[in-house]
Design a protein around this ligand. Structure first.
Ligand code: ADP
Ligand code: ASP
Ligand code: MG
Length: 429
């Protein structure tokens, strides 16, 4: 059985036209076995995050915000199916009812737990809608609940995949569905604990979900369909002169995405590499385009590539006594980094200090600091940007440094990383 895994992100299913476009693409694969991993539609995840915040902070707006999410889906469905009585309405409504149940009670659980229960609904409804629409178009689409396959630990909002059990469930649940032939439509981004509660894998995690399915089901290839022609040398929203890369090695793709190239979730590549499954990044706007192939045996020869990470904080950590950080304390620090699921993008150490650049997300930096401040002094510089340049040349670095204060810089072989502060326009020369 040869199987392909496709992933369609939020932008590819954000409105009726785009959903029709997805069906047009899939029509060409009618006779094939596909797992189709789908994100929440458009900006639904952001909207559900707002619902969660409102509910948790008891602003009184949660139900109203939830109603807007529901109505936008109902409007889209009415247009897509040309009727308000299509069976998909019942299925979608059943999912939204779960949100009503949560929102009716006072928030008692942790924020992260509540977040996963509410935010996961976006993927559940988008896949119900897409599967129903594909069937309407005579495409063979079964709906699979990804939570029946992907088992995670119980760290909410950032569940770590339990691979062995996930593999067993994929064999038990997903394989028989695929053996019937046709398409299996499932959700990106979500998983479940051993207690059967819903978890999420971290924002933008749908690419990773597709890689998990690809790995467990031994896919022949995985394709992610994007609004860009493939992997580019930098984010086209931030830079003008970008070019498409036709081929990338796994290693290059991991390095680029780990340091913030937003085109693929960083955890996506490793499972594919472990089984030599090629990854194609293709355009849903121009599906015939060649896109980018990420595969084994690609010769590493690249132009300069730039990735930018916002919301960075630089943490300067030093010992309170006269001990050396790297000798006596490094394991304490690393344990706390893991316990708080801090995303470390750069590390530097001297005899008595240790410096890390981390993504400043929610309360992670605060919690980490609290956990270590008994032993260490911590100085935090927030609101920074991390610029990573692979295969740099002088011109690229000079251009990037303009209008920036560089706080620290690291060079390792082909890679330069700069932690910078942007000079506000008023103070520029
Ligand atoms: P999806 O909806 O599939 O999750 P995203 O919006 O998360 O898609 O990712 C696609 C976007 O990633 C592009 O629109 C582009 O702006 C951005 N991007 C950032 N870096 C790159 C890069 N190096 N190459 C291509 N796209 C990039
Ligand atoms: N819907 C989730 C998000 O927006 C997951 C994804 O799209 O990859 O982060
Ligand atoms: Mg994305």
């Amino acid at each position: 059985m040869s199987l392909k895994v496709f992933k369609f992100g939020g932008a590819s299913v954000r409105d009726v036209e785009r959903i029709q476009n997805v069906a047009n693409i899939l029509e060409k694969y009618k006779g094939e076995n596909l797992v189709i991993v789908v994100s929440a539609m458009g900006k639904t995840t952001n909207a559900l995050e707002e619902v969660t915040k409102a509910y948790y902070k008891k602003t009184g707006k949660a139900q109203e915000l939830m109603e807007e999410v529901k109505q936008s889906h109902y409007r889209l469905m009415a247009e897509l199916f040309g009727s308000q009585t299509h069976e998909a309405f019942v299925e979608v409504n059943d999912i939204f009812v779960e949100a009503d149940w949560v929102l009716e009670d006072e928030p008692e659980d942790s924020y992260d737990y509540i977040y996963d229960q509410i935010v996961s609904l976006g993927e559940l409804v988008s896949t119900k809608i897409l599967a129903a629409y594909l069937r309407e178009r005579q495409l063979p689409a079964q709906w699979l609940d990804a939570r029946d396959v992907i088992l995670t630990d119980d760290i909410y909002r950032e569940g770590w995949v339990q691979w062995e059990e996930t593999q067993k469930r994929a064999d038990r649940v997903a394989k028989p569905m695929l053996e019937k032939g046709g398409f299996v439509v499932t959700q990106g981004f979500i998983g479940s604990t051993t207690e059967n509660t819903t978890t999420t894998l971290g924002r933008e995690g749908s690419d990773y979900t597709a890689a998990i399915f690809s790995y467990c089901l031994d896919a022949e290839s995985m394709s992610i369909w994007k609004d860009v022609p493939g992997v580019l040398t930098a984010d086209p929203r931030l830079f003008d002169n970008v070019t498409k890369l036709d081929e990338l090695s796994y290693r290059e793709a991991i390095e680029m995405t780990y340091y913030g190239a937003k085109v693929i979730h960083p955890k996506t590549i490793k499972p594919l590499q472990n089984k030599s499954i090629p990854l194609f990044v293709k355009s849903f706007i121009n599906p015939e385009g060649k896109g980018t192939m990420i595969a084994p045996d690609v010769e590493d020869n690249y132009p300069p590539m730039v990735a930018i990470e916002n919301n960075q904080a630089l943490l300067n950590i030093s010992t309170r006594d006269f001990s050396f950080v790297a000798e006596q304390h490094i394991s304490d620090l690393f344990n706390q980094i893991t316990a708080n699921r801090l995303h470390v993008n750069m590390m530097q150490n001297s005899a008595i200090s240790f410096r890390i650049c981390v993504t400043d997300q929610d309360d992670k930096v605060r919690d980490f600091t609290k956990a270590i401040e008994g032993k260490f002094k911590v100085r935090i510089e927030p609101n920074l940007e991390l610029i990573t340049v692979r295969h740099y040349n002088k011109q690229t670095l000079d251009d990037l440094r303009a209008d920036k204060v560089v706080l620290t810089e690291n060079k390792i072989r082909q890679t330069v990383q700069m932690v910078v502060k942007t000079i506000p326009p008023m103070t520029r020369k």
